[in-house]
Ligand binder design. Sequence first.
Ligand code: SAH
Length: 356
Amino acid sequence: MKRVPLKGLSFDELQSFAESMGEKRFRGAQLYAWLYAKGAQTFDEMTDISREFRAILQQSAHLGNLEVVNTSRSFSDATTKYLFRLEDGAAVESVLIPPEKKSPGADRRLTLCVSTQVGCPLDCKFCATGTMGFSRDLTAGEIVDQVLQAQRLSQRRITNLVYMGMGEPMLNYDEVMKSIDILTDDRALNIGTRHITVSTAGYADRIRRMADENRKVKLALSLHTLDNEKRTGIMPITKKFPVPELLEALAYYYHRVRRRPTLEYILFDGFNDTDEDLRRLIAVSKRFPMKVNLIPFHSIAFTHLAGIGAQLRPTPRERIESFAAALRTANITVMVRNSSGQDINAACGQLALSTP
Ligand code: SAH
């Protein structure tokens, strides 16, 4: 008999599972607390569960722990990248990102960037994960366990999550949302919904669905340029959901959920960082309130790119600063993302399993 992986089951599912094993439903609630609140790694730790039931669990279930096969630490900052092996041998990475020292509340905040798929089918021309192709979706349990394992390994509580690792979260919508339900549950990991950001390359239909479901997590769109033709060149998904449709979906999201979406914008030298690009970005902010997150382009030359990806260059630092300043003058909230973990290929877009 195939043993059932327990991580990833909801409160109700675990109660039904306990019942199906001839136990009282509340045993499921105990399992839920052990898995997600106390981070148990073995059944033996579950001391308030009878020895007999634990023995039965050993036979019929397993926790579904990810196996940590590598940990790399940045030399220049405290970024840590974990490489996890999944049950079927596939692997994904997660990145622990310490806050910038000077930011308020920095000592209490710790962010984990989680993966949602093994590889990614979208083929964005600037992204290392895209060069791997797509293998499969992660289960909710595999997403949640990235957080549990990172907490165990770092011995620290993760307070913030970004769904910005490998994969496109919106293509794995159900498992991603299930993982969020577990991660935010106060009987489980109790991470604040406002401290979770889901980032998408641009699935307008799923953005609308999130709005209709009134999901309280933060939403980020990897926009990168407002020019539909240019965007199609670097992000083929634009053929399916063109820029105007994406902006409409964001406006819809804002009006339903009343949360400002974030527009992520990697700056590529001479490609999307001109005054005309600025003017267009500022014009969008007149349609609905938004935040802009400027991202320095991180080299993915280690993937040996060809085509347009090989031609993209990072915008010089001074231009990033003047671009940010111009947006601020137009009353737009702007953040320039820091590039922690570049020396271990752990910065945005660098996850590809090819390096340390
Ligand atoms: N598929 C989702 C989440 C993963 S990517 C999405 O596209 O949003 C997370 C962020 O990293 C996205 O904004 C993506 O555009 C950005 N990114 C990808 N490659 C990058 C690179 N080489 N340099 C900087 N940012 C990159």
